[in-house]
Design a protein. Structure first.
Length: 364
Protein backbone atom coordinates (compact mmCIF):
# COMPACT_ATOMS: atom_id res chain seq x y z
CA UNK A 1 0.00 0.00 0.00
CA UNK A 2 1.02 3.60 -0.66
CA UNK A 3 3.94 2.26 -2.73
CA UNK A 4 5.60 1.16 0.54
CA UNK A 5 6.57 4.77 1.24
CA UNK A 6 6.02 4.34 4.99
CA UNK A 7 8.05 1.15 5.43
CA UNK A 8 10.93 1.97 7.80
CA UNK A 9 10.23 5.72 7.75
CA UNK A 10 10.33 7.93 10.84
CA UNK A 11 6.83 9.38 11.12
CA UNK A 12 5.64 11.92 13.70
CA UNK A 13 1.94 12.15 14.52
CA UNK A 14 0.77 15.07 16.66
CA UNK A 15 -2.45 14.34 18.52
CA UNK A 16 -1.63 10.63 18.39
CA UNK A 17 -3.61 9.84 21.56
CA UNK A 18 -6.91 10.99 20.03
CA UNK A 19 -9.47 8.91 18.19
CA UNK A 20 -8.28 9.64 14.67
CA UNK A 21 -4.62 9.83 15.70
CA UNK A 22 -4.76 6.39 17.30
CA UNK A 23 -6.29 4.82 14.19
CA UNK A 24 -3.57 6.52 12.10
CA UNK A 25 -0.80 5.22 14.36
CA UNK A 26 -2.22 1.70 14.17
CA UNK A 27 -2.30 1.84 10.37
CA UNK A 28 1.22 3.30 10.16
CA UNK A 29 2.53 0.52 12.40
CA UNK A 30 0.88 -2.05 10.13
CA UNK A 31 2.66 -0.35 7.21
CA UNK A 32 6.03 -0.78 8.91
CA UNK A 33 6.59 2.84 9.91
CA UNK A 34 8.64 3.88 12.95
CA UNK A 35 6.03 6.01 14.71
CA UNK A 36 6.47 8.77 17.26
CA UNK A 37 3.64 10.75 18.78
CA UNK A 38 3.32 14.15 20.47
CA UNK A 39 0.18 14.86 22.46
CA UNK A 40 -0.85 16.78 25.55
CA UNK A 41 -2.80 13.90 27.14
CA UNK A 42 -5.05 10.91 26.55
CA UNK A 43 -8.32 12.79 26.04
CA UNK A 44 -10.87 10.20 27.19
CA UNK A 45 -11.31 7.16 29.40
CA UNK A 46 -11.69 4.65 27.92
CA UNK A 47 -9.65 5.54 24.84
CA UNK A 48 -8.57 3.86 21.63
CA UNK A 49 -4.98 4.78 22.51
CA UNK A 50 -5.28 2.74 25.69
CA UNK A 51 -7.27 -0.10 24.15
CA UNK A 52 -4.55 -0.62 21.51
CA UNK A 53 -1.69 -0.29 24.05
CA UNK A 54 -0.10 2.28 21.76
CA UNK A 55 2.01 3.72 24.58
CA UNK A 56 4.11 0.54 24.28
CA UNK A 57 4.16 0.51 20.46
CA UNK A 58 5.12 4.07 19.52
CA UNK A 59 7.58 6.64 20.84
CA UNK A 60 5.26 8.53 23.15
CA UNK A 61 6.02 12.18 23.92
CA UNK A 62 3.75 14.21 26.17
CA UNK A 63 3.55 17.86 25.21
CA UNK A 64 1.29 20.71 24.18
CA UNK A 65 1.45 22.10 20.63
CA UNK A 66 1.13 25.54 22.23
CA UNK A 67 4.67 24.98 23.59
CA UNK A 68 6.82 25.61 20.52
CA UNK A 69 10.14 24.94 22.27
CA UNK A 70 9.04 21.52 23.51
CA UNK A 71 7.61 20.67 20.10
CA UNK A 72 10.88 21.66 18.43
CA UNK A 73 12.90 19.60 20.92
CA UNK A 74 10.71 16.58 20.23
CA UNK A 75 11.14 16.95 16.49
CA UNK A 76 14.91 17.19 16.91
CA UNK A 77 14.88 13.93 18.92
CA UNK A 78 12.63 12.07 16.48
CA UNK A 79 14.06 13.44 13.20
CA UNK A 80 10.83 12.63 11.36
CA UNK A 81 10.75 12.27 7.60
CA UNK A 82 6.97 12.63 7.43
CA UNK A 83 4.70 14.57 9.80
CA UNK A 84 0.95 14.28 10.29
CA UNK A 85 -0.43 17.16 12.34
CA UNK A 86 -3.70 16.15 14.03
CA UNK A 87 -3.32 17.79 17.47
CA UNK A 88 -6.38 19.93 18.14
CA UNK A 89 -9.17 20.94 20.44
CA UNK A 90 -11.69 18.99 18.33
CA UNK A 91 -15.13 19.82 19.75
CA UNK A 92 -17.48 22.58 18.60
CA UNK A 93 -19.39 22.85 21.87
CA UNK A 94 -16.18 22.83 23.93
CA UNK A 95 -15.01 25.79 21.85
CA UNK A 96 -17.84 27.86 23.34
CA UNK A 97 -16.70 26.93 26.86
CA UNK A 98 -13.05 27.77 26.21
CA UNK A 99 -12.60 29.75 22.98
CA UNK A 100 -9.11 30.99 23.90
CA UNK A 101 -7.80 27.44 24.37
CA UNK A 102 -9.45 26.47 21.09
CA UNK A 103 -7.77 29.25 19.10
CA UNK A 104 -4.43 28.78 20.87
CA UNK A 105 -4.43 25.03 20.15
CA UNK A 106 -5.93 24.90 16.69
CA UNK A 107 -4.55 28.11 15.19
CA UNK A 108 -1.38 28.91 17.14
CA UNK A 109 -0.56 25.22 17.52
CA UNK A 110 -0.53 24.92 13.74
CA UNK A 111 1.62 28.05 13.54
CA UNK A 112 4.09 26.55 16.03
CA UNK A 113 4.34 23.35 14.02
CA UNK A 114 4.92 25.23 10.77
CA UNK A 115 7.62 27.34 12.38
CA UNK A 116 9.33 24.20 13.70
CA UNK A 117 9.26 22.73 10.20
CA UNK A 118 11.30 25.68 8.94
CA UNK A 119 14.31 24.48 10.88
CA UNK A 120 13.83 20.70 10.70
CA UNK A 121 15.88 19.43 7.77
CA UNK A 122 14.82 15.78 8.23
CA UNK A 123 11.20 16.45 7.26
CA UNK A 124 10.36 15.77 3.61
CA UNK A 125 6.56 15.92 3.81
CA UNK A 126 3.90 17.22 6.20
CA UNK A 127 0.12 16.81 6.14
CA UNK A 128 -1.70 19.39 8.27
CA UNK A 129 -5.22 18.28 9.18
CA UNK A 130 -7.84 20.97 9.70
CA UNK A 131 -11.58 20.38 9.27
CA UNK A 132 -14.51 20.55 6.88
CA UNK A 133 -15.86 23.22 9.24
CA UNK A 134 -13.19 25.68 8.05
CA UNK A 135 -15.60 26.83 5.33
CA UNK A 136 -18.02 29.74 5.67
CA UNK A 137 -21.04 27.46 5.82
CA UNK A 138 -24.20 28.91 4.29
CA UNK A 139 -25.80 25.44 4.21
CA UNK A 140 -26.18 25.23 0.44
CA UNK A 141 -27.00 21.91 -1.22
CA UNK A 142 -23.74 21.32 -3.08
CA UNK A 143 -20.32 20.45 -1.72
CA UNK A 144 -17.71 23.02 -0.75
CA UNK A 145 -14.62 23.14 -2.93
CA UNK A 146 -11.13 23.91 -1.69
CA UNK A 147 -11.23 27.45 -3.11
CA UNK A 148 -14.52 28.38 -1.43
CA UNK A 149 -14.64 31.03 1.26
CA UNK A 150 -13.22 30.19 4.68
CA UNK A 151 -14.99 31.29 7.84
CA UNK A 152 -16.88 30.03 10.87
CA UNK A 153 -19.68 31.17 13.14
CA UNK A 154 -18.39 29.28 16.17
CA UNK A 155 -14.90 29.41 17.74
CA UNK A 156 -13.97 25.89 16.62
CA UNK A 157 -14.81 26.49 12.95
CA UNK A 158 -13.12 29.89 12.96
CA UNK A 159 -9.99 28.44 14.58
CA UNK A 160 -9.74 25.86 11.80
CA UNK A 161 -10.22 28.55 9.14
CA UNK A 162 -7.41 30.50 10.84
CA UNK A 163 -5.21 27.38 10.70
CA UNK A 164 -5.81 27.17 6.96
CA UNK A 165 -4.94 30.84 6.44
CA UNK A 166 -1.78 30.51 8.55
CA UNK A 167 -0.77 27.39 6.62
CA UNK A 168 -1.31 29.09 3.27
CA UNK A 169 0.78 32.09 4.36
CA UNK A 170 3.66 29.88 5.50
CA UNK A 171 3.51 27.77 2.36
CA UNK A 172 3.77 30.84 0.16
CA UNK A 173 6.29 32.68 2.33
CA UNK A 174 8.70 29.97 3.47
CA UNK A 175 8.06 26.70 1.64
CA UNK A 176 7.36 27.82 -1.92
CA UNK A 177 10.79 27.02 -3.32
CA UNK A 178 12.29 24.79 -0.63
CA UNK A 179 11.82 23.03 2.66
CA UNK A 180 9.36 20.19 3.27
CA UNK A 181 6.43 19.62 0.95
CA UNK A 182 3.28 20.61 2.81
CA UNK A 183 -0.46 20.37 2.20
CA UNK A 184 -3.60 20.70 4.32
CA UNK A 185 -6.38 18.13 4.57
CA UNK A 186 -10.01 18.88 5.35
CA UNK A 187 -12.42 16.23 6.64
CA UNK A 188 -14.95 15.88 9.40
CA UNK A 189 -17.80 13.97 11.02
CA UNK A 190 -15.81 10.77 11.17
CA UNK A 191 -17.22 7.82 13.04
CA UNK A 192 -15.75 4.44 13.87
CA UNK A 193 -14.82 2.26 16.78
CA UNK A 194 -12.83 3.72 19.65
CA UNK A 195 -14.30 7.21 19.90
CA UNK A 196 -15.47 8.24 23.37
CA UNK A 197 -15.32 12.02 23.00
CA UNK A 198 -17.97 14.19 24.59
CA UNK A 199 -20.79 15.68 22.52
CA UNK A 200 -20.43 13.31 19.57
CA UNK A 201 -23.32 11.20 18.38
CA UNK A 202 -21.81 7.71 18.29
CA UNK A 203 -19.87 8.03 21.58
CA UNK A 204 -22.98 9.47 23.25
CA UNK A 205 -24.95 6.46 22.00
CA UNK A 206 -22.52 3.74 23.09
CA UNK A 207 -21.96 5.34 26.49
CA UNK A 208 -25.69 5.45 27.19
CA UNK A 209 -26.55 2.09 25.65
CA UNK A 210 -23.71 0.25 27.41
CA UNK A 211 -25.34 1.41 30.66
CA UNK A 212 -28.82 0.45 29.37
CA UNK A 213 -29.93 4.08 29.27
CA UNK A 214 -31.61 6.00 26.42
CA UNK A 215 -29.39 8.45 24.57
CA UNK A 216 -30.55 12.07 24.45
CA UNK A 217 -30.15 13.73 21.04
CA UNK A 218 -30.04 17.50 20.52
CA UNK A 219 -30.93 17.73 16.83
CA UNK A 220 -32.05 14.49 15.13
CA UNK A 221 -32.83 16.28 11.85
CA UNK A 222 -29.33 17.71 11.36
CA UNK A 223 -27.59 16.09 8.39
CA UNK A 224 -23.89 15.27 8.23
CA UNK A 225 -21.54 13.73 5.66
CA UNK A 226 -20.82 10.73 7.89
CA UNK A 227 -17.69 8.80 7.02
CA UNK A 228 -15.74 5.99 8.61
CA UNK A 229 -12.45 7.15 10.12
CA UNK A 230 -10.47 4.99 7.66
CA UNK A 231 -11.78 7.01 4.71
CA UNK A 232 -10.03 10.32 5.50
CA UNK A 233 -7.01 8.47 6.91
CA UNK A 234 -6.51 6.74 3.57
CA UNK A 235 -6.62 10.23 2.05
CA UNK A 236 -4.05 11.61 4.51
CA UNK A 237 -1.73 8.67 3.85
CA UNK A 238 -2.15 9.07 0.09
CA UNK A 239 -1.39 12.77 0.40
CA UNK A 240 1.67 12.03 2.53
CA UNK A 241 2.89 9.54 -0.06
CA UNK A 242 2.45 12.02 -2.90
CA UNK A 243 4.14 14.82 -0.99
CA UNK A 244 7.08 12.58 -0.18
CA UNK A 245 7.62 11.12 -3.65
CA UNK A 246 5.82 13.40 -6.13
CA UNK A 247 6.05 16.79 -4.46
CA UNK A 248 5.14 19.03 -7.40
CA UNK A 249 1.73 17.37 -7.77
CA UNK A 250 0.14 18.56 -4.54
CA UNK A 251 2.64 20.76 -2.71
CA UNK A 252 1.20 23.85 -0.97
CA UNK A 253 -2.39 22.85 -1.69
CA UNK A 254 -5.50 21.87 0.25
CA UNK A 255 -7.62 18.76 -0.23
CA UNK A 256 -11.09 17.71 0.88
CA UNK A 257 -11.59 14.11 2.01
CA UNK A 258 -15.29 13.48 2.39
CA UNK A 259 -17.61 10.49 2.03
CA UNK A 260 -19.49 9.40 -1.07
CA UNK A 261 -21.66 12.26 -2.32
CA UNK A 262 -24.87 10.35 -1.62
CA UNK A 263 -24.00 10.04 2.10
CA UNK A 264 -25.63 12.93 3.89
CA UNK A 265 -27.92 11.24 6.37
CA UNK A 266 -29.53 12.79 9.39
CA UNK A 267 -28.55 12.16 12.99
CA UNK A 268 -31.80 10.22 13.33
CA UNK A 269 -30.84 8.01 10.36
CA UNK A 270 -27.47 7.26 11.96
CA UNK A 271 -29.04 6.27 15.27
CA UNK A 272 -31.64 4.08 13.55
CA UNK A 273 -28.85 2.26 11.70
CA UNK A 274 -26.72 1.92 14.87
CA UNK A 275 -29.59 0.37 16.81
CA UNK A 276 -29.19 -2.78 14.68
CA UNK A 277 -26.10 -3.50 16.79
CA UNK A 278 -27.80 -2.57 20.09
CA UNK A 279 -31.25 -4.20 19.73
CA UNK A 280 -32.68 -2.90 23.02
CA UNK A 281 -31.30 0.63 22.61
CA UNK A 282 -33.54 3.68 22.93
CA UNK A 283 -33.20 7.36 22.14
CA UNK A 284 -35.09 10.57 22.83
CA UNK A 285 -34.89 14.18 21.72
CA UNK A 286 -33.62 16.87 24.07
CA UNK A 287 -36.18 19.51 24.91
CA UNK A 288 -34.98 23.10 24.69
CA UNK A 289 -31.20 23.52 24.66
CA UNK A 290 -28.80 26.43 24.35
CA UNK A 291 -29.84 28.40 21.28
CA UNK A 292 -26.70 30.53 21.51
CA UNK A 293 -24.50 27.53 20.66
CA UNK A 294 -24.95 27.29 16.91
CA UNK A 295 -24.60 23.97 15.12
CA UNK A 296 -24.90 23.59 11.35
CA UNK A 297 -27.73 21.56 9.89
CA UNK A 298 -26.11 20.91 6.49
CA UNK A 299 -22.49 20.63 5.34
CA UNK A 300 -21.09 18.76 2.34
CA UNK A 301 -17.68 18.54 0.66
CA UNK A 302 -16.72 18.24 -2.99
CA UNK A 303 -13.83 15.79 -3.36
CA UNK A 304 -13.28 16.17 -7.10
CA UNK A 305 -9.80 17.61 -6.57
CA UNK A 306 -8.67 14.59 -4.52
CA UNK A 307 -10.04 12.29 -7.21
CA UNK A 308 -8.30 14.07 -10.08
CA UNK A 309 -4.92 14.78 -8.44
CA UNK A 310 -4.57 11.97 -5.89
CA UNK A 311 -6.80 9.34 -7.53
CA UNK A 312 -8.54 9.07 -4.16
CA UNK A 313 -12.22 8.64 -3.46
CA UNK A 314 -14.36 7.31 -0.64
CA UNK A 315 -15.46 3.69 -0.98
CA UNK A 316 -17.80 2.89 1.91
CA UNK A 317 -21.53 3.43 1.71
CA UNK A 318 -23.57 4.46 4.74
CA UNK A 319 -24.60 0.94 5.91
CA UNK A 320 -20.98 -0.28 5.61
CA UNK A 321 -19.76 2.71 7.59
CA UNK A 322 -22.19 2.05 10.41
CA UNK A 323 -21.63 -1.74 10.28
CA UNK A 324 -17.87 -1.39 10.83
CA UNK A 325 -18.50 1.08 13.64
CA UNK A 326 -21.15 -1.03 15.34
CA UNK A 327 -19.15 -4.25 15.06
CA UNK A 328 -16.10 -2.62 16.66
CA UNK A 329 -18.09 -1.51 19.70
CA UNK A 330 -19.81 -4.90 19.88
CA UNK A 331 -16.38 -6.47 20.23
CA UNK A 332 -15.24 -3.94 22.83
CA UNK A 333 -18.31 -4.22 25.04
CA UNK A 334 -18.98 -7.89 24.32
CA UNK A 335 -17.57 -11.10 25.69
CA UNK A 336 -15.80 -12.35 22.56
CA UNK A 337 -12.24 -13.63 22.93
CA UNK A 338 -11.05 -11.53 19.97
CA UNK A 339 -8.78 -8.68 21.10
CA UNK A 340 -9.63 -5.12 20.16
CA UNK A 341 -6.19 -4.75 18.55
CA UNK A 342 -7.01 -7.68 16.27
CA UNK A 343 -10.40 -6.18 15.46
CA UNK A 344 -8.82 -2.82 14.60
CA UNK A 345 -6.16 -4.36 12.34
CA UNK A 346 -8.73 -6.64 10.69
CA UNK A 347 -10.94 -3.63 9.87
CA UNK A 348 -7.94 -1.89 8.28
CA UNK A 349 -7.33 -5.01 6.19
CA UNK A 350 -11.01 -5.26 5.29
CA UNK A 351 -11.00 -1.63 4.18
CA UNK A 352 -7.90 -2.24 2.03
CA UNK A 353 -9.58 -5.25 0.41
CA UNK A 354 -12.58 -3.08 -0.50
CA UNK A 355 -10.14 -0.54 -1.97
CA UNK A 356 -8.54 -3.29 -4.09
CA UNK A 357 -11.95 -4.25 -5.48
CA UNK A 358 -12.56 -0.55 -6.19
CA UNK A 359 -9.22 -0.31 -8.10
CA UNK A 360 -7.92 2.58 -6.01
CA UNK A 361 -4.36 3.69 -6.68
CA UNK A 362 -3.23 3.93 -3.05
CA UNK A 363 -3.72 0.26 -2.34
CA UNK A 364 -1.24 -0.79 -5.02
Amino acid sequence: MFKNIYQGRNVLVTGHTGFKGSWLCSWLLDLGAIVAGFSVNVPTEPSLFGALSLVDRVQHFEGDVRDKNLLRQTMEKVCPEIVFHLAAQPLVRESYEDPILTFETNSMGTLNLLDCLRGQSSVEAAVLVTSDKCYENVEWLWGYRENDCLGGKDPYSASKACAEIISSAYMQSFFKDGGPNIATARAGNVIGGGDWAADRIVPDCVRAWSEEKPVVIRNPNATRPWQHVLEPLSGYLTLGQKLFSENSVCKNQSFNFGPQAKINQSVGDLITEMIQYWPEAEWETQQGGDSNKSESNLLKLSCDKALQILQWNAILDFPETVRMTGKWYQTFYGKESVSISETTSSQIKEYAEIAIRSNLAWVQ
